[in-house]
Design a protein around this ligand. Structure first.
Ligand SMILES: NC(=O)c1ccc[n+]([C@@H]2O[C@H](COP(=O)([O-])OP(=O)(O)OC[C@H]3O[C@@H](n4cnc5c(N)ncnc54)[C@H](OP(=O)(O)O)[C@@H]3O)[C@@H](O)[C@H]2O)c1
Length: 276
């Protein structure tokens, strides 16, 4: 402790009595190296937004493991990035404990989980929603993410390790919806804030990215094609790589003071503006 810090400490002691000192560690952006030391599990990492994140994270020095249902997709994608993979269906919570155990063995411990796997069944109207479509989306987008996070955080705590969890929400989480997809993302947003608060003193951060309509199989919008979206979202659709940039910051130590935040990636389209 330098002389200046000692004086500050003494002043603080005289004013407030003895208290535990708090020190801050600042991580500076260093492109290409921002995720060194991160061991990251990404659900749904074989394609779409998950794949873009996996690629970005690996390029930033992370060790990455992608998970999903289709082994061939995972194998091909992992070979492209140079990362590891494991099969996992996020709608089967009984698989989560062995999955996290195996992932930790493969990566030599894991300190970041990205809950990206998700489905949207695009029911055309309110009357097209069925108990089956309802359950399927809840099980994949919400229940799966909840229980996988529960197992992951239990492992972090057992190993006395700090880490973070990133959820992939959606702009629909913050707006109205008459379909289960939107409900799942609204619930994810609540979960992000609830868990962030719960673990705020344990060095476990929880955040989310909430993309606008982005090129992927889910939307059928082609990344290499026309991204003009007419009236929607500043006139265009988004690219998975744009979301991956924000995700990389949120899982890195550069965002070490950020938790419980849902970062919407849609150029302010869903801000509830007073003037329109
Ligand atoms: N694209 C958008 O406009 C947009 C906007 C906002 C939010 N999001 C969110 O972004 C995330 C990724 O979406 P995307 O657009 O990349 O969709 P996508 O191209 O359809 O990819 C979905 C990914 O999730 C995986 N997946 C689906 N069900 C799964 C299950 N039961 N178990 C394990 N993995 C499963 C898929 O892998 P397998 O099929 O190989 O299992 C795939 O990797 C989702 O959470 C979605 O809600 C997307």
């Amino acid at each position: 402790m330098g002389i200046k810090s000692k004086i500050m400490h003494l002043v603080s002691f005289l004013l407030h009595g003895e208290s535990k000192p708090i020190y801050a560690q600042v991580s500076y952006l260093s492109p290409g190296n921002r995720l060194a030391g991160k061991k990251i599990i990404i659900t749904g990492g074989g394609r779409g937004l998950g794949f873009a994140m996996a690629k970005k994270f690996a390029a930033e020095g992370a060790e990455v493991l992608i998970a999903g249902r289709n082994e061939q997709t995972l194998k091909d994608s992992a070979a492209m990035i140079g990362c590891r993979y494991l099969k996992l269906d996020v709608s089967t919570p009984s698989e989560f404990e062995p999955f996290i155990e195996k992932s930790e063995k493969i990566l030599g411990g894991a300190n970041v989980l990205v809950n990206n796997a998700g489905i949207s069944l695009h029911e055309r109207t309110f009357f097209d929603v069925t108990p089956e479509t309802f359950d399927k989306q809840i099980d994949t987008n919400l229940k799966g993410a909840f229980f996988l996070t529960q197992v992951f955080i239990a492992h972090l705590k057992n190993r006395n390790t700090k880490g973070n969890v990133l959820f992939v929400s959606s702009e629909t989480g913050d707006t109205m919806d008459f379909r289960p997809y939107g409900f799942t993302k609204a619930a994810v947003n609540s979960m992000v804030q609830g868990l962030a608060y719960l673990f705020r003193k344990e060095g476990i951060r929880i955040n989310a990215v909430a993309p606008g309509i982005t090129a992927s199989d889910m939307t059928g919008i082609k990344a290499g094609g026309n991204l003009n979206a007419g009236e929607y979202a500043a006139g265009r659709f988004y690219l998975p790589e744009e979301v991956a940039e924000i995700a990389a910051f949120l899982v890195s130590d550069s965002s070490g003071c950020v938790s419980g935040q849902i970062i919407t990636c849609n150029n302010a389209q869903t801000i509830n503006a007073r003037w329109k």
